[in-house]
Design a protein around this ligand. Sequence first.
Ligand SMILES: Cc1cc2nc3c(=O)[nH]c(=O)nc-3n(C[C@H](O)[C@H](O)[C@H](O)COP(=O)(O)OP(=O)(O)OC[C@H]3O[C@@H](n4cnc5c(N)ncnc54)[C@H](O)[C@@H]3O)c2cc1C
Length: 420
Amino acid sequence: MNSNRRHFLKLGSLAATAWGFPKAISAATTPPHVLVIGGGFGGATVAKYLKMWGGNIDVTLVDRAASHYACILSNLVVTGALSMDRIKLKYDSLRSKRGVNVVQGEALAVDPSAKEVTVKVNGTSYAYSYDKLVLAPGIEFIAPPGNYNDQLTPHAWKAGPQTLLLKNQLSSMTKGQTFVMTIPKAPYRCPPGPYERACSVADYLLRKKSGARIVVLDANASIQAEPVNFGNAFNGVYKDVLTYVPNASITEVDSQARSITTSAGKFAGAVLNIIPNQRAGQIITTAGLANDLTGRWSTVDPLSYASTAQPDIHILGDSQATGQPKSGHMANSQAKVCADAIIRAFNGEQPDPNPVTSSACYSPITSKTAAWLTASFQYDPATKTMKRVDASFAEAPKPSGDALEEMYKWANNIFADSFA
Ligand SMILES: Cc1cc2nc3c(=O)[nH]c(=O)nc-3n(C[C@H](O)[C@H](O)[C@H](O)COP(=O)(O)OP(=O)(O)OC[C@H]3O[C@@H](n4cnc5c(N)ncnc54)[C@H](O)[C@@H]3O)c2cc1C
């Protein structure tokens, strides 16, 4: 194990516990109510830890869906290596074991002065009140120019029906056809994820569809994560089937024709997998909380994930703009810092002044190997930002079978720590 990885594991194990656990809220007081919108990695984790650490606290978790499909491992569903059931995460444990009130509904609007959220449940709108609100709605897409239609040219960047749509399109390809995919301009959900998809699809085409090819159109100037391992794979094992095109921003999409015009030329394929540019989940924009310089993400205080615009509204996971990577592991880590800070605030205390967060991503490179990327972040009081701990930042020295096995164990752990 190299020293960066040891450092990462050491820091990761400290996350949210260095300051000690928060004091549970006294049973003698009226329980405060925390409303959480979005039951993905950020929302499920914050709901669980608020109940685990908070004692006398009511937590309601609202999600559009009856269960969550993890994006983590979903590229392997696209290639048929895993089933949808492997990435299906139910809310049963949060309900029965943790005592979270889980509601299937859609949050439509936030009223910070009344401390209420309008939630549509089974076609009827209700006002849900809160003492503290947590928004963890993930991402929304910015539609590219043209007649873009995600039913014809799927993104599969939110797991669920889109994952199956892309899987079916890939498996219908015939030998000799082309799979074209786009990579959005950073920042976007899961920095290594698109390159991981490119490798998984290239591996599938090599094994199952001889003569078929993949073209990867990257809106960025270069590979955004794990450049050594992905670069070696693109130029090595996949050199005969994969063409990587940097600086390819989309200027027009024709979903009907499955063709795309970019700043690097015009391309067409039997499958066109467009992963559009991204912004914070829609409810954040609707609530006027997408307040960073780009107007796409939310600025927050990384000591508590409280919005810089509304101190009783906390925003975490992919929607926040702290500069930390948009990953499920990171959303889980931020959620623990946030739960800790909310409980302390109910007790009249200050948040932990020195939080640490961490993230790991495992990427299959071939059907038999994977690589990984790790990073930890520590609060810097001088700049009031989360700074990457350079000694923790590393990518796997090379893809390996051991890392592939580790990937499944890591995924099981992060699934259980967030949802069970
Ligand atoms: C292909 C791929 C591979 C990935 N691999 C990894 C990996 O190896 N490691 C890793 O750490 N991360 C990985 N990620 C990234 C990870 O999936 C995301 O970063 C993570 O899901 C973000 O968590 P979140 O809580 O912010 O959002 P999500 O997990 O997307 O959860 C948001 C939830 O909010 C709900 N919601 C949104 N709006 C509303 C509303 N108005 N009302 C009700 N509910 C609402 C949605 O239904 C959803 O369930 C990967 C992503 C992709 C696409």
